[in-house]
Design a protein around this ligand. Sequence first.
Ligand code: NAI
Ligand code: MG
Length: 366
Amino acid sequence: VTKKLLVLPGDGIGPEVMREVAKVVSWMERTRGIRFEIEEDLVGGASLAVHGTPIRDEVIAKARAADAVLFGSVGDPRWAHVGFDRRPEVAILKLRSELELFANLRPAQVFEALADASTLKPEVVAGLDIMIVRETVGGIYFGEPRGIETLADGTRRGINTEVYTTPEIERVARVAFELARKRGNRVCSVEKCNVMESGLLWKEVVTDLHAREYPDVTLSHMLADNCAMQLVRNPRQFDVIVTGNLFGDLLSDLASMLTGSLGMLPSATLGPVAADGRRAALYEPIHGSAPDIAGTGQANPLAQILSFAMLLRYSLDRGDDADLIERAVADVLASGLRTPDIMSEGKARVGTATMGDAVVQALDRI
Ligand code: NAI
Ligand code: MG
């Protein structure tokens, strides 16, 4: 079977790290009997320069038609001073809203060889493997009423409102329960039901859904402030964490630093399941376009390569192939290769292309 991928490298180091993914894609086609039909297009500053817009409607249509989207990064200082709707970053914001990508999956995984790169003690994080599922299209970033208003006495007030509906909570919780079944079978639901009505509803809806459809998964609940503390105290207690937009934003950034390197972290964002059973999904590294190192050949391609592994696992149901890639990455790191961003004792400092080649060689050896 042929799988349709839309590849959007974007700006800065995006195209550089995407070239390394292409090597892994060819390896998969050569040795694993999978065929990809790959379309590539421009987004971000690269699209602004040619088409005068950060993303064309045509590209959004292609994203809808694809089995999955592999996204690089957008952002370019040359376009930092234009109006907001003409900024490169609009490309990813528009894809997220147009495809209704409501569940952001952020794994925080510590490869054995990189336990010394964490901001925490190696013995606290060695072997860490958690998944944070963040709701991304609802909550306080979008709820009404919102705005800044001026009262009669001249006092101004800024307003944001956290709103969650039962279907919004259910669909993201369902993603978390399904994921847990393929991992450690545990979900921790995080809110602040002690002070927030939306948190109270969140907890109730997750509890009901669990009892109805996922009684085989172990469910626990935790207040968000405690969760932040527990992530630093003993992160390995968690398997899957599911939470709303605001808390997920903070907790996933916190968790990323447990692993010590931005250049290592992939992510997935999933949309609703369509009538034909297909699910919109976009895979991207959590890092940006890194304009400070673009063009130097020093970017770490592993986050982009691991994003492709997530794509295989979650959109194409090829978990075995994803495992292969993750094992190859672990082997390469164990062999001592390090791009300069990795804050870990390594034997050999290498650039983007050498790291990509090393992953392919490790795949050959597995
Ligand atoms: P950034 O993630 O691009 O860079 C932060 C720091 O980490 C820089 O020093 C960079 O050199 C380093 N870094 C990032 N990825 C790396 C990699 N793979 N290998 C080695 N070093 C790496 O974040 P920053 O600097 O805040 O943003 C730069 C641009 O990227 C901005 O225009 C921003 O809006 C955009 N951005 C886009 C994202 C997206 O496309 N989803 C996400 C985050 C930022
Ligand atoms: Mg991002």
